[in-house]
Design a protein around this ligand. Structure first.
Ligand SMILES: [Zn+2]
Length: 233
């Protein structure tokens, strides 16, 4: 079968819309708060350009690793990363000691509070694969196992999940799917993610059992990731 990624739908809120930023797992998501609407606002980067403001204290070897991770996406799409000069929409890279997380999607010029995006890479986040995963969030990709059609492919075992981390397993009903479900996506979680008892938290549905130990790879992009990147950028 063909692999894949997907993308949450972008709700076109107008300039006057109210919104809030909430954190779901490692994703910082902007959500409209207008009456009758609770959709997330997810924008692609104009021209595929992600401008990054690096901390001045960042080790040059780590900066190189960041660009290597971004280059995985550049190899398969028009997405690219560059050091910020004076771009209005950009990402601030932070090095706080806890957490690998990133804003979902691009900054958005009409909404001043949305122009600056955030990515945090704690010491344990510095592998090419994990950075590529976080750049995937910046590009606008949510987790593969949270996409709207996921229940046909995986089962989430809530009783095994550390309670505080349950949001990492929420299904996102309004997520738009760009490509077929992809167990091998760099945006998928492994079977043991956030387990409180060493039992699996995610297992494939019958017919897909062969993916049990393949889910959650952080080596490189899957063919499905490449396809999704190409469709969006
Ligand atoms: Zn993530």
């Amino acid at each position: 079968m063909v692999l894949a990624l997907f993308i949450p739908w972008v709700h076109a809120a107008d300039e006057g819309a109210n919104f809030e930023t909430i954190r779901i797992g490692d994703m910082l998501m902007d959500r409209t708060t207008e009456k009758g609407s609770s959709d997330y606002i997810i924008k692609p980067w104009v021209g595929g350009k992600i401008a990054v403001k690096f901390p001045s204290s960042l080790d040059p070897a780590k900066k190189r690793m960041f660009f290597e991770a971004c280059a995985l996406w550049t190899a398969v799409s028009r997405l690219y990363c560059t050091e910020r000069v004076d771009e209005v929409n950009y990402v601030v890279l932070k090095l706080k000691p806890a957490g690998c997380f990133a804003s979902l999607g691009a900054g958005w010029f009409p909404m001043p509070k949305m122009r600056k995006r955030i990515m945090n890479l704690a010491p344990g986040c510095w592998t090419r694969g994990i950075i590529a995963h976080e750049i995937g969030h910046l590009m606008g990709f949510i987790h593969e196992h949270q996409r709207s059609d996921r229940d046909g492919y995986i089962k989430v075992h809530r009783k095994n999940v550390i309670f505080a981390t349950l949001p990492n397993f929420f299904r996102m009903p309004t997520a738009r799917t760009l490509t077929p479900y992809d167990f091998l996506s760099i945006m998928h979680y492994p079977k043991w993610a956030f387990s409180k008892n060493r039992s699996d938290t995610i297992t494939p549905q019958p017919g897909y059992e062969g993916y049990l130990n393949l889910m959650g790879q952080r080596i490189s992009l899957s063919p499905g990731d490449a396809l999704a990147a190409r469709r969006l950028y």
